[in-house]
Design a protein around this ligand. Structure first.
Ligand code: HEC
Ligand code: HEC
Ligand code: HEC
Ligand code: HEC
Ligand code: HEC
Ligand code: HEC
Ligand code: HEC
Ligand code: HEC
Ligand code: HEC
Ligand code: HEC
Ligand code: HEC
Length: 492
């Protein structure tokens, strides 16, 4: 009994391993015959998840899989559709993948059912050049035969293969030009230079690839406000991984970039005020290209927006001093993710002042005095501005015409703002020139406002004296008249 059983198993194994014979046992006649004719699609299909799940060629192509005869098996009357073309392809896949009855009930699958729905609202569902079908079909990314689960290293949508899968089209200039000539075709090339790309190439599936930043089925144009890479959404996209301490464990880098960024002057401007002028993560780190900015390139990044500060820094004594010490140009004083509003507190040699980190009374002394003087000038300018503002307000309150002085207040303010930028020259003379302009304006305003106030009092005193005189005159006149009246009465 056990011997006969063993023979039977051996026979089956023999049939299975001997090429061409296995088909005798296959229920799927489509597969059997296509294997015999050494159709490559059949070979691929043998390792296809759909085959594993017991599906047949006919589940996609139609026809009758139980018929050994070619004509009857591939008879359009039996539903054979031949090779699906254009949108017919995705419809074929969606027939099952968007259908809970099929996927859940029939195949016990827990896969999401939304791929087609998402694809249809994505940028990839734009019309192709023929105008008859849409650009991207399910098979553009997944292939048609030999489909395996995404966690399988051979899947074209396995994290390590995604860059090549997307680049099939996106690095093909001829193909892309027909659709959107303004789209660059260098994403893969640049991606390979980034930390993400290098890690991906080195076999680390946890570093970001195209789909981690763009999504897979729901990909939208970068300038679509709903896109994951739209500036106001991007920080969250990066934080998916970078704020996940468990995910990032082992890389030896912090996982607080988003948290810090959200609190920074940049993060608040971008995320709360929706100010698209403020940088998102990618404005400093690049989209696809090399990340992070190295020591030398940091100020170039900051300088794309803060051009004046960067220009001044480049000609300042710190340029050489910092470069030679490998200190980053802007972040040494401002930080990177946690950059807060720059206040005058940063300047000088006391308290939170950054200059005092490196300049002391007994070392690096010229910088020490420069810092102290700059701060003193700033404080005086503020005091001068405050006093000018108060005098103008007083004059206005007294109803004096003071338009010109009021206008000049703006120039003091302007000089104040300009000195804040001029700090970056780290040159006292340049700083002082701007501050002096402010002081000149402040004394001009003070003079005009004081004069106006004096004039007000002068007029008031004048009025008082005049009315005193008039009253005295009136009283004397009255007394005089009464006296005349009295005299007349006495005389009568
Ligand atoms: C007895 C052999 C045999 C069987 C059974 C068979 N095929 Fe084929 N099939 C062929 C051959 C040979 C060709 C290539 C000649 C042709 O294009 O007609 C082919 C072609 C095809 C093509 C390409 C059609 C085209 O227009 O180029 C598809 C798709 C296909 N078969 C699917 C199926 C499916 C699905 C089944 C089962 C329902 C099936 N075949 C059953 C032999 C078979
Ligand atoms: C999951 C659905 C699916 C299954 C299952 C499937 N195919 Fe296909 N097949 C397609 C699609 C879609 C195409 C359209 C062309 C493309 O996008 O590659 C195609 C194309 C083909 C072609 C034409 C290829 C060409 O280069 O023109 C042949 C032949 C073919 N299939 C045969 C088979 C055979 C044989 C089987 C079973 C062993 C099978 N297919 C199983 C979806 C499927
Ligand atoms: C632009 C490329 C692209 C297209 C087009 C595409 N997919 Fe995907 N698909 C992916 C990527 C990348 C993944 C893996 C990442 C993920 O799950 O989001 C994936 C994953 C999947 C999964 C596994 C989902 C899961 O959560 O495990 C299924 C099923 C799937 N796709 C089906 C389809 C179907 C059906 C279509 C057509 C309606 C389609 N895909 C079109 C790129 C694509
Ligand atoms: C007849 C129904 C049916 C059709 C048609 C079909 N599939 Fe599937 N597909 C399945 C089933 C069932 C699974 C396995 C589900 C599971 O493992 O939970 C599957 C699995 C997959 C997976 C693996 C998902 C993963 O990561 O685990 C991909 C990718 C996929 N199909 C893509 C396609 C594409 C592309 C097409 C069209 C060319 C297609 N399917 C057509 C039923 C179908
Ligand atoms: C079959 C070719 C093809 C494949 C594969 C493909 N794409 Fe595309 N993709 C295009 C075309 C063509 C466009 C331009 C559509 C348009 O502008 O109408 C596009 C547009 C995009 C856009 C929008 C660009 C913009 O800002 O306007 C992004 C992002 C994108 N694709 C990412 C991806 C990613 C990520 C993958 C891989 C998961 C991928 N694509 C796979 C052809 C493809
Ligand atoms: C680390 C996140 C990230 C990764 C990884 C990534 N992208 Fe992008 N991608 C972006 C951002 C951010 C933008 C938006 C740029 C902008 O706003 O100008 C973008 C823009 C695009 C665009 C629009 C055109 C352009 O170049 O600006 C395409 C197409 C694109 N990416 C494709 C890809 C492909 C293909 C891959 C994989 C090789 C990829 N991306 C990997 C973040 C990423
Ligand atoms: C899929 C998860 C994932 C996403 C999404 C992601 N990253 Fe990364 N990133 C990683 C991993 C993993 C590393 C490797 C860490 C290492 O090598 O130190 C990394 C490395 C980096 C580095 C280099 C760190 C170093 O070592 O100096 C920077 C900078 C970076 N990512 C920025 C970003 C930005 C900006 C975004 C969004 C546009 C982003 N990442 C999206 C996973 C991700
Ligand atoms: C204003 C520019 C700027 C912005 C915005 C920015 N970064 Fe950075 N980031 C930097 C600089 C500068 C460094 C340090 C680079 C160095 O030391 O070489 C850095 C370093 C990093 C690193 C390496 C590890 C570390 O913490 O030092 C990661 C990861 C990173 N940033 C991710 C992000 C993410 C995610 C965002 C968005 C939430 C973001 N960055 C926003 C400038 C920026
Ligand atoms: C040695 C320290 C130091 C370095 C290096 C430095 N800053 Fe500053 N920065 C300051 C101080 C101090 C202030 C505050 C001045 C004030 O408010 O009086 C400031 C203010 C600012 C301001 C607000 C004032 C304004 O100009 O609008 C910006 C923006 C700024 N810095 C950008 C930069 C950039 C960009 C770089 C790199 C090119 C840089 N900083 C390098 C110390 C520094
Ligand atoms: C994409 C443009 C952009 C980039 C790149 C950028 N910034 Fe800014 N930055 C802004 C904007 C816009 C604000 C004003 C935000 C607000 O207050 O609404 C700002 C504000 C600041 C402030 C506060 C200014 C103040 O008046 O208090 C400092 C300091 C600063 N940035 C430094 C930096 C540094 C250092 C870098 C490089 C590591 C950098 N920025 C990169 C756009 C940028
Ligand atoms: C990270 C350290 C560091 C910080 C912070 C710093 N400096 Fe410096 N500073 C230096 C170094 C190093 C030199 C070059 C000294 C030398 O070559 O002898 C220098 C040079 C200078 C010089 C030129 C001195 C000379 O001998 O010509 C001035 C002026 C100066 N700093 C002003 C400032 C001011 C103002 C601040 C604050 C806003 C500041 N520094 C913040 C490190 C720093």
């Amino acid at each position: 009994m056990s011997e006969r059983f063993g023979l039977r198993v051996m026979f089956i194994v023999f049939l299975l391993v001997s090429p061409g014979k296995a088909s005798v046992f296959a229920q799927d006649q489509c597969l059997a015959c296509h294997e015999l004719i050494e159709d490559n699609h059949a070979a691929l299909f043998k390792r296809d998840i759909h085959h594993t799940k017991g599906l047949s060629c006919a589940d996609c192509h139609g026809g009758d899989a139980s018929k050994e005869d070619m004509e009857t098996a591939m008879d359009p009357k039996a539903g054979f559709i031949g090779i699906p073309q254009g949108d017919r392809i995705s419809e074929t896949c969606a027939k099952c993948h968007s259908n809970a009855a099929t996927m859940v009930k029939q195949y016990d699958s827990i896969l999401p059912l939304d791929q087609m729905e998402h694809l249809q609202t994505s940028v990839h569902w734009d019309l192709s050049t023929s105008g008859k079908e849409h650009i991207v079909q399910c098979t553009s990314c997944h292939g048609a035969h030999g489909i395996v689960p995404k966690a399988n290293r051979n899947s074209p949508v396995h994290p390590l293969n995604i860059p090549a899968t997307c680049a099939k089209c996106h690095s093909n200039a001829t193909f892309m030009r027909d659709y959107n000539p303004s789209l660059p075709v260098d994403q893969l090339e640049k991606y390979k230079t980034s930390v993400h790309g290098k890690r991906n190439e080195g076999g680390d599936p946890k570093a970001a690839e195209c789909a981690s930043c763009h999504g897979s089925h729901e990909i939208l144009a970068a300038n679509d406000v709903r896109s994951r890479v739209y500036p106001t959404n991007l920080p969250l996209t990066c934080s998916h991984c970078h704020s996940d301490a468990a995910y990032m464990r082992g890389y030896g880098i912090a996982s607080d970039q988003y948290e810090q960024f959200a609190k920074s002057v940049h993060g608040k401007a971008l995320l709360e005020k929706k100010d698209l002028g403020a940088p998102a993560c990618n404005d400093c780190h690049g989209n696809h290209g090399a990340v992070p900015p190295g020591v030398e390139s940091v100020s170039k990044v900051c300088g794309t927006c803060h051009a004046l500060n960067a220009e001044l820094f480049a000609t300042s004594p710190h340029k050489k001093a910092f470069d030679s010490r490998k200190l980053p140009e802007c972040e040494t004083c401002h930080g990177n993710h946690e950059i807060v509003a720059a206040t005058d507190e940063l300047l000088g040699v006391k308290g939170r002042a950054v200059c005092a980190w490196c300049h002391k009374e007994d070392s690096n002394i010229k910088g020490y005095y420069t810092a102290r003087t700059m701060r003193a000038l700033t404080d005086s300018l503020i005091a001068a501005e405050d006093s000018a503002i108060m005098l103008v307000a007083e004059a206005e309150q007294k109803g004096m015409e003071i338009g010109e002085a009021k206008f000049k207040l703006r120039e003091i303010r302007q000089a104040r703002l300009e000195t804040r930028t001029k700090v970056h020259s780290f040159n006292l003379k340049q700083f002082q020139e701007v501050a002096d302009g402010g002081f000149t304006d402040a004394s001009a305003v003070t003079k005009q406002a004081t004069e106006a106030i004096d004039q007000y009092y002068f007029r008031r005193w004048g009025l008082l004296v005049a009315s005193l005189i008039i009253t005295t005159l009136a009283v004397s006149l009255f007394v005089y008249i009464r006296r005349i009246e009295n005299e007349q009465a006495v005389n009568r």
